[in-house]
Design a binder for this molecule. Structure first.
Ligand code: HEC
Ligand code: HEC
Length: 276
């Protein structure tokens, strides 16, 4: 390396050091499972990232998001620990996987599209307009959780590097699932599945609709295995499958795409070809 380029390299490094020293704001580390220490950027960007976290934790009640939610779930009902749980539908590293190919939408979609689609399905609500304050805040927060992650866009599916791994076995038995549910889950989610002060509904009108990811028994089972019972995830793969089959054997809202899209006068488009 010539002396000259060495000098300019040093300058660049110095400059970077200054910039990051300046950018140090409050540390917003969120939970014990969160080992990475991230600094919130100063100013309006940091404020919007914090707003995004408030929204994902209080989606059904927050003034900016509640109009778009049609059930009793927050994003963090499934994306545990504000998305920082390493396995339970983790948001860690997710932003680095987008834009990604989505087989369902038959389009390359952005992180914003992906987050808004969860409003239509998992939240049984209406897709917020692209570019709205709620959409920007949520995606700013999720992107911030991918700080320092190398970009690896996903050409196969809209999923990040820490997504829930599918279970090998894939057949659940509803009759075996019922007593397991009553033993391990009903204390918080209710015998009737409609939820309690200790846990949200897992079926019925206020649950995720039948267009959501968790409607697929193997997906729900693999999520349950790493997430439930809360703070004590300990189900065997077969127990998780049986309970998942039992939960998804109950009625829940039916998904009809048109009912979940924003009205025509709302800015933005639905980036997709999905018919159902
Ligand atoms: C009923 C459960 C549930 C709720 C509620 C929910 N999601 Fe999801 N979401 C999922 C599941 C399951 C996946 C697939 C994740 C996986 O396979 O690891 C997912 C995937 C995602 C992804 C893509 C993750 C990736 O790895 O690329 C984003 C982004 C996302 N959700 C955002 C949201 C936002 C924002 C909200 C709230 C408005 C929300 N979700 C509400 C269950 C839910
Ligand atoms: C100690 C109480 C508790 C127990 C026991 C428990 N859960 Fe949960 N569960 C919760 C809470 C609380 C949430 C939401 C997470 C959050 O808000 O941090 C949740 C979320 C869920 C969700 C995603 C959101 C929804 O309501 O659809 C499902 C599905 C679920 N639990 C199923 C189960 C199953 C199945 C079991 C038994 C194997 C179980 N839970 C045991 C408290 C519990």
């Amino acid at each position: 390396m010539s002396t000259r380029s060495f000098v300019s390299l040093t300058l660049v490094i110095l400059l970077n050091t200054c910039v990051s020293a300046q950018a140090i704001g409050d540390d917003l580390s969120t939970s014990e499972s969160e080992h990475v220490s991230r600094q919130l950027p100063l100013g309006e960007l940091g404020r919007v990232i914090e707003l995004g976290r408030e929204i994902v934790e209080n989606t059904k009640d927050h003034p900016l998001s509640k109009a778009y939610v049609g059930n009793s779930l927050n994003c963090t009902s499934c994306h545990l620990d504000a998305g920082t749980h390493p396995e339970a539908a983790s948001f860690l590293g997710v932003a680095a996987a987008y834009p990604a190919w989505s087989p369902r939408e038959q389009r390359v979609i952005t992180l914003q599209d992906r987050a808004l689609n969860c409003f239509m399905r998992s939240e049984n609500g209406i897709r917020p307009p692209v570019g709205s304050e709620v959409a920007i805040a949520i995606t700013a927060y999720i992107t911030w959780l991918s700080t320092d992650q190398p970009i690896r866009m996903n050409p196969d599916k809209p999923l990040g590097p820490n997504h829930v791994r599918p279970l090998k076995d894939s057949v659940g038995d509803i009759d075996r699932g019922k007593p397991l549910y009553e033993d391990y889950c009903a204390s918080c989610h209710g015998d009737d599945g409609l939820g309690s002060d200790d846990g949200p509904p897992v079926w019925g009108d206020k649950s995720y609709n039948d267009g959501a990811g968790l409607i697929r028994v193997p997906k729900l089972a693999s999520w349950l295995k790493v997430a439930m019972p809360l703070d004590n995830a300990s189900l065997s793969p077969q127990e998780a499958l049986d309970i998942a089959a039992y939960i998804n054997s109950h009625d829940r809202p039916k998904f009809n795409l048109q009912e979940h899209l924003p009205t025509d006068n709302q800015a933005g488009v639905f980036n997709g070809e999905a018919k159902e």
